[in-house]
Write a protein that binds this ligand. Structure first.
Ligand code: SF4
Length: 288
């Protein structure tokens, strides 16, 4: 019997299915309508045709964006900020700068020494992704892998974030990913107020340059820092907030999900709200 799947592809399939199971999606079926070979959620897996070439594309569930002509449900007006701030947020006080490019902002940042974090860094992690992204993810700060590569979310937590983005029907290049501070805090500690104060203007300029439709804050530190609140993230996670004119939602950090996999289901619920806001949807069950 010839092997149906190369070992590497089989491992990828197993990893992806395990991830969907963690999100609470455990059953799949194959839509066998004309021209279709996409597996979608909710029904048992049907065996693949033995003659058809099997690739990751044909066997993994792929959410599909709504066609651009599709009618998008009207967006409800932003809900009021549900997280009482504990004082004026420095993120709120900065005026918006119009018509800046990310390149110009990166040039202005230079080989930055504006705060003490520069002393221990290897590389500045400016941010990465689509300069016109509708969705921006903001984390807390770079870790060891990010510091070494100069790119955000590239370690184990970053791999999980990539899976989360792909589960939404997007790719990393479709979104923009950045952090509250751009240099790695020692021992991965939370950024200190003076470091946040020094670095935050650049984050604000990046966001104002991108003009995203939605910002997702990853983790308690990023959310509490940006929103200037001492309340626990579990009290406002998954809620739509209005922040500097942007719709913002906080959810758990992928590193937390690695330690606490059952929380992936909560994050998936949050991301589905983001998908709805962006007009993205999971494939529907076939009527045939
Ligand atoms: S964390 Fe930000 S402000 Fe501090 S040195 Fe790095 S780039 Fe500059």
């Amino acid at each position: 019997m010839p092997e149906r799947f190369p070992a590497s592809l089989q491992q990828k399939i197993e990893d992806r299915l395990r991830y969907y199971e963690d999100l609470g999606i455990s059953l799949f079926y194959m839509d066998r309508g004309p021209g279709s070979a996409t597996l979608v959620a909710t029904e048992p897996i049907a065996p693949a045709s033995s003659s058809a070439p099997v690739t990751e594309e044909t066997v993994l569930p792929k959410p599909t964006p709504k066609p651009s002509s599709a009618k998008v449900a009207p967006v409800a007006p932003p809900s009021p900020l549900v997280v009482p701030p504990t004082g004026p947020s420095l993120f709120e006080t900065m005026d918006k700068v119009k018509d800046e490019t990310l390149l110009k902002i990166r040039e202005d940042l230079g080989e930055c020494t504006r705060c003490k974090l520069h002393k221990g860094r290897n590389k500045i992690v400016f941010g990465d992704g689509n300069p016109k992204a509708q969705l921006v993810f903001v984390g807390e700060g770079p870790g060891a892998d990010e510091d070494a590569q100069g790119l955000p979310f590239v370690g184990r937590a970053g791999k999980l974030l990539t899976q989360m983005i792909e589960a939404m029907g997007l790719q990393r290049k479709d979104v923009y990913i950045c952090n509250v501070v751009k240099c790695r805090p020692p021992e991965n500690r939370a950024p200190e107020p003076d470091e946040v104060a020094a670095c935050s203007p650049f984050l604000m300029r990046q966001i104002d340059s991108i003009q995203p439709k939605v910002i997702v804050c990853l983790g308690a530190t990023a959310a509490k820092t940006i929103l200037n609140t001492t309340r626990g993230i579990s009290q406002f996670r998954g809620e739509w907030l209005e922040w500097r004119g942007y719709k913002l939602m906080a959810t758990y950090h992928p590193a937390y999900l690695l330690r606490n996999p059952p929380a992936k289901a909560d994050v998936w619920k949050d991301l589905q709200k983001v998908m709805a806001e962006l007009g993205l949807q999971l494939p529907k069950k076939s009527k045939s």
